[in-house]
Design a protein around this ligand. Structure first.
Ligand code: ADP
Ligand code: MG
Length: 352
């Protein structure tokens, strides 16, 4: 499959601070890659370096198979070699920000046709036709003559999306586009972004700090930490086969249990479990066990004690203390957790 976006060994420093420390990734045509990671890990800087809003110190960016040519400077910075190429490549990239960034003194329609008409030189009539189709796609065709301030945050972000798509970008860069919206609008809009993206087949790099958002809409998810891409993989692989404890923690609740490993096996609450490839094979280790793999059952002889429960609709999360004092979190069907009230004695079993 074709590669629409490729980043190789990207470094970016602000003064003495290294913000990107060698990031590489590749997006095939039509992919949605979500980037997650804590605040300050370099997600926005990565997008800004791809879009040349920031110039990386070193590394290579390919858009649509074309390498953006850079000159290394003696002071360790770099500069684009060819301004014409930069303009051409930037016209293939569109970016949407958390803060919408619409022009408040222009109507919705004018916002959407601005770049096609003034940057790409598309005839006004054609640009309007396309803008109308895009506004219909994002569900706000009837607001074309309104000003941005008269619309809700969710509607403004739909327009920002239509505006980004109006240049028919090869690559769509979304920097926490849903973070300023309330929960209900956020879930609705993320499904719609995915639907529209699938329809248009636009290669998309989607930054979010919300792991659920990332896992639900992306083909692959990258986890950034301190300027490095710690792992990039399909959602299920990232969740089931995290390469590091950080990734495991970042993509879902995880129990950390001190265990002793021998021959790639260890005991957790009386169940013998196997470690995943890449783990320590002997000695002391920390087992990371997902809450949904732990079941607690009421038992008079149980050595663990329920501390608290929290109902999440059809499932229930139960916090308990094991015999050795370890804190554990289990997640079960709500009906199986019905009798588990604080203070109840329970036995623990782990799904192998
Ligand atoms: P994220 O989007 O993952 O929260 P950013 O890429 O925005 O992270 O920032 C990464 C680090 O780079 C932060 O420590 C931030 O303070 C720093 N940084 C970002 N932009 C600049 C800048 N223009 N000048 C100096 N430092 C910056
Ligand atoms: Mg950011």
């Amino acid at each position: 499959m074709d590669t629409t976006l490729k980043v190789e060994d990207l470094y970016k420093k602000f003064g003495a601070v290294e913000v990107l420390k060698g990031v590489s990734l590749e997006a095939r045509t039509g992919d949605v890659i979500a980037m997650i990671g804590s605040s300050g890990s370099g997600k926005s800087t990565l997008l800004r370096c791809i879009n040349l809003l920031e110039i990386p110190n070193s590394g290579r960016v390919y858009v649509n198979g074309e390498l953006i040519k850079m000159k290394q400077m003696p002071d360790g910075t770099a500069k684009p070699e060819d301004q014409k190429q930069v303009e051409r490549i930037r016209s293939k990239l569109a970016m949407v920000f958390q803060s919408f960034n619409l022009w408040s003194d222009r109507t919705i329609l004018e916002n959407v046709i601005e770049a096609p008409v003034h940057v790409l030189g598309v005839p006004r009539k054609d640009a309007i036709e396309k803008a109308e189709a895009l506004l219909a796609k994002v569900g706000i065709a009837e607001k074309r003559n309104f000003y941005p301030n008269h619309l809700s945050g969710g509607q403004q972000q739909r327009i920002a999306l239509a505006r980004a798509l109006a240049i028919s970008p090869k690559v769509l860069l979304l920097d926490e586009p849903l973070s300023a919206l309330d929960a209900k609008v956020r879930t609705q809009l993320r499904e719609e972004i995915r639907r529209i993206q699938l329809e248009l087949g636009t290669t998309t790099l989607f930054v979010t700090h919300d792991q659920e958002e990332a896992l639900s809409i992306a083909d692959r998810v990258g986890v950034m930490r301190g300027g490095l891409l710690e792992q990039i993989a399909a959602p299920a692989e990232l969740y089931d086969r995290p390469k590091t404890a950080f990734v495991a923690e970042f993509v879902g609740l995880t129990n950390q249990i001190a265990v002793s490993v021998a021959g790639g096996k260890f005991d957790a609450f009386g169940s013998e479990l196997s470690t995943l490839p890449g783990s320590v094979t002997s000695g002391n280790g920390t087992a990371l066990i997902r809450p949904e793999l732990i079941t607690l059952k009421s038992s008079a002889s149980g050595k663990a004690t329920v501390v608290a429960t929290s109902f999440l609709g059809s499932i229930c999360r139960v916090m308990a203390t094991a015999a050795d004092g370890a804190r554990i979190t289990a997640q079960m069907d709500a009906q199986d957790a019905a009798g588990l009230t604080p203070g109840a004695k329970v036995s623990i079993s782990v799904d192998k």
